[in-house]
Each structure stands twice: as structure tokens, then as C-alpha cells.
Design a protein around this ligand. Sequence first.
Ligand SMILES: *[C@@H]1O[C@H](CO)[C@@H](O)[C@H](O)[C@H]1NC(C)=O
Ligand SMILES: *[C@@H]1O[C@H](CO)[C@@H](O)[C@H](O)[C@H]1NC(C)=O
Ligand SMILES: *[C@@H]1O[C@H](CO)[C@@H](O)[C@H](O)[C@H]1NC(C)=O
Ligand SMILES: *[C@@H]1O[C@H](CO)[C@@H](O)[C@H](O)[C@H]1NC(C)=O
Ligand SMILES: *[C@@H]1O[C@H](CO)[C@@H](O)[C@H](O)[C@H]1NC(C)=O
Ligand SMILES: *[C@@H]1O[C@H](CO)[C@@H](O)[C@H](O)[C@H]1NC(C)=O
Length: 465
Amino acid sequence: MFGQGSLVSSFLAAVLAFTILIPQAAAFWRLPCLNKLLVERNDPIVSPGAVAGHLHTIMGGNGFNFTMDYQNSRASTCSSCTVKQDLSNYWIPNVFYRAKNGSFFPVEQIGGATIYYLQRADTPEEKLKAFPPGFRMVAGDPWLRNNTSVSGRTDAFTYVCLDYSGRSNQYTEFPNRNCPSGLRVQIFFPSCWNGKDLDSPDHKSHMAYPTGINFGKCPPTHPVKFISIFYEIIFNTNAFKDQWYDNKQPFVLSNGDPTGYSLHGDFINGWDIDVLQKAIDTCNSASGVVEECSVFKFFDQNQSQDCMVPPRVEEQTTGWLEKLPGCNPIQPGPERAIKYTNCGAQEKIGAPKKYYTDVSTKNWEYVGCVMDNLTSRTFPEREDFNDLTVEKCIDYCVSKGFEWAGMEYGRECYCGKSAPPQDRMGYSRCTTPCAGNDNQYCGAAQRLSTYKAKGPNSNTFGTPK
Ligand SMILES: *[C@@H]1O[C@H](CO)[C@@H](O)[C@H](O)[C@H]1NC(C)=O
Ligand SMILES: *[C@@H]1O[C@H](CO)[C@@H](O)[C@H](O)[C@H]1NC(C)=O
Ligand SMILES: *[C@@H]1O[C@H](CO)[C@@H](O)[C@H](O)[C@H]1NC(C)=O
Ligand SMILES: *[C@@H]1O[C@H](CO)[C@@H](O)[C@H](O)[C@H]1NC(C)=O
Ligand SMILES: *[C@@H]1O[C@H](CO)[C@@H](O)[C@H](O)[C@H]1NC(C)=O
Ligand SMILES: *[C@@H]1O[C@H](CO)[C@@H](O)[C@H](O)[C@H]1NC(C)=O
């Protein structure tokens, strides 16, 4: 039924043009991932227990870790993707701008990601399966640097140069033109399983593409058809539109690929299997609207937006970088890229980065990241400081006789007499540096880094014993 033309473009046509009569087999849902969970050299599939070779943008459940199994996924307490019964992780390499002087700057990822779950049964009798517990896979080849047409590659790994006021074209490599509405990275995963292995040494050969890549028959070696997954992630390359040079596109993937051919993606199953199977069997909406699938429950949007894992690899990944994190010199190909090691990159997994300050000498303690509300403030007293630090806000609150202090949006200090309402607690994206100290964190927009006096012995009431 999707038998002619480019598969991904027929898929795009089905999504974008609502004029087509969509067959039953075109049922799908779009899983929104509202934010990234983590940006780190972390890849529990390819480099378990170690610092990964290159930087990734990771979405999904906060059970994500350097080493992890299905139980860890299921123990997630939030996910940056909104369906509550899905605690999977989804990740891809990052995109960087490379300046003429050889320095790099991360390209902002717009929003999170959209993960398409597509019911692409080959015949009405074919029953699609949910991924089993412990299942994981990789799609794509990080070492590829040319347009080799290995099975389905050019259809499965694509870039769409977005132009919301013009025409959006699709490419197999980084397009050599500016994309006014951003660059959309797209990965179609294989959907045919060998029926026994949850993973394989290359993390790929337990899976295969069906004949049509994103539809069709599975090969006899891989007879079990799963639901298909497809990632869409948008990078704001347009922010660099005035900084092109030498007549060629200036973007690279985090593994040092300036061509884009090495685009790859990873998936670790964290679904409640019964729920996924039920959704596959019963959610046959062709609109893609995830809320139309009645078996799904959803995280509060703010909880998904805030869901994060603190990084544990101590290296710079933001701002101007002299080289890409890890050992990733630019390798333009066309020959296969070589693996470099021992370049002095950080290889240690350290303690989780702390987004709070130890204020025990003041006999205060960090409570957590709390949601604020512009029309109904969490704490009544407010004072702004252009040189705000955590200590400065606490001292201010102490001087006014308060036991609670919250720092918001870098320079706002709030004080209160009592604990914030329970439904405002439990957030985590308090990651804005304090105006007066880059190494401390003072909340974020409508988020309060919240501290409290440690009871009656605190400075508020006198000298601690
Ligand atoms: C990740 O693993 C470490 C130990 O290897 C553990 O201490 C930590 O709690 C784990 N993180 C999560 C989010 O499960
Ligand atoms: C490289 O160029 C960019 C601007 O294009 C600049 O911001 C950056 O500081 C430069 N890096 C070095 C190491 O000179
Ligand atoms: C790469 O190969 C695909 C499929 O053969 C083709 O459509 C595409 O135009 C090629 N890209 C380039 C830049 O030659
Ligand atoms: C989430 O927070 C935003 C502001 O940060 C607010 O506008 C929105 O209403 C909140 N939603 C919920 C469900 O709390
Ligand atoms: C293209 O890439 C393939 C796979 O990495 C490699 O085997 C081949 O040698 C490359 N072609 C050229 C011309 O380098
Ligand atoms: C903020 O507070 C107002 C007034 O209490 C309330 O109507 C609104 O829903 C609140 N917004 C959020 C995001 O909680």
C-alpha cells in the first residue's frame, strides 16, 4: 500500500497532506518528548559502564544510566517524553557549528523530539509485536562518511531543511544551504526482529529492515515484525545563518562528521509491555494524536519538561569549545572514519553534577527545585540582586526573619515562612547560573532553587550549637 516512491517521503506525505485516503495500516501515534533528559558522552548500549566516545542528546526516562537494564528503565520517576507507561530512552548525536578558526559551538536543539510509533503491518493478518523487556537497538553507522547505499540507509537517515514559509527539502547529508526554520534530523529504525536476541554484538544484527525500509515484508532471518519507530529532532541551525564561510555548510555531528552520513540513533525499551501491545492492537487512529489512544496515561507537562538526569562526566559541553568532547577530530571521508583514543579527554565517570550549593555552615539546607507561579508566588517576600548568589539570598531572608529562601531566574531572591505546596515540589530544571556566581545555580524561569533553615538551631534564631 505504500508501494511506490520514496518511503520516507510517502510517510511524510501521509503526515503532512491530509488529503490522502489513509489505509488502516497507516495508524500511528506521535510521542512528544518535551525536552532533553541529558546531554553527555553516555551510551549504555555501545559503551556500557564507561564514558562514551561522543556526545549524545538523550530523551526519555530518568532511570537512564551508564549501565542499565529494563528494571532501571522501569524505576524511572519521570520521563521527558509524555506517555507515563513509556520509560524508554531515545538518543542521537548532537549537532555543532564549526567556526572558521576551528572552534565549536553547540547548535540548540529546538524543543525535545517527536518519536513516531507506526503500525506498519505488511498484511492485515500480520500482528505487530511490542518490544520485549530488555530490548535495545542501534540504527546507523557512526563511522560512515560517504553516500554508500547499504540496505535502506538513504531512506532511513535523512535531514529535512525546514522552511515554514517556503519549501522543505529532504537530504541524505547535511544540506549545503541555510534552513530558515531549522534542520530536522530523522531516523527510521529497523522493525524486523530475529525473534530471540534482545541485543547483539554490533547492536544491530538482531534487527533488519523490511523490504520497503519503513514498510513491507520482513526477511526470513528476522521474521518478527515490531511496531516501527521513527525519530524527528530539530536543531536551530538558522541561528548561524550569517556565519557561513568558504562556501560550504559549517555543521558537524558530535563524532566529528561534517558530512552527516554517520547519523545514528539508539533505543532502549522501557515500556510497560502490556500497554504497548494494547496500544498497537487497539489504537488505530490515523491522526497521530497520542491523546486519542485511550490506553495511555500522561505525565504532567511540567514534570516532563523538567525531567532530567544530572551529568557525571566532568567536561565542558556548552559555550565555545576548542575541540569536540572526546577524541573526535573532524574526519570528512569519504573513507571510513578511524577511532582515536588517548587524546587527553575525560574518561572518568564522576559524581552527579550538583545544581545546588552546600550551605550547611549557615545551618541551612537545599530542599529542591520548586515551581513558582507568576500570579500566585510561592514565597511572599521578593528582592532582586544583580549579583545574586545563594548565600546572598539566604542572608537577605535571614535578615528579614524568614526560614525559607528561593532563588529564581538568576537574580530574583524570594523568602517565605512556610514550605511550598506539595504540588509545586519535585521539579529539577533549576539550572540557571546565579547572576553573581557562574558556578552556582539560582532557579530558572518560574523555578525556585529552594533552601530552608535547619530547624530551631539555625542562624535564623541564633548561633547553632
Ligand atoms: C546510576 O548508577 C549509579 C551506580 O552505578 C547509581 O548510584 C545511581 O543511583 C544510578 N542513577 C539512577 C538515576 O538510577
Ligand atoms: C573562534 O571564532 C569564534 C567566532 O566565530 C569566537 O567566538 C571564538 O572565541 C574563537 N575561538 C578562538 C579559540 O579563537
Ligand atoms: C545519495 O544516494 C541517494 C540514493 O542513491 C541519492 O538519492 C542521493 O541523491 C545521494 N546523495 C548525494 C549527495 O549524492
Ligand atoms: C507549567 O508551567 C507553566 C509555566 O512554567 C505554566 O504556564 C503551565 O500552566 C504549567 N502547567 C501545569 C500543568 O502546571
Ligand atoms: C565509503 O564508505 C564505506 C563504508 O564505510 C567504505 O567501505 C568505502 O571504502 C567508502 N568509499 C570510499 C571511496 O572511501
Ligand atoms: C497560578 O495561580 C493562579 C492563581 O492561583 C491559578 O489560577 C493558576 O492556575 C496557577 N498556574 C499554575 C501553572 O499553577
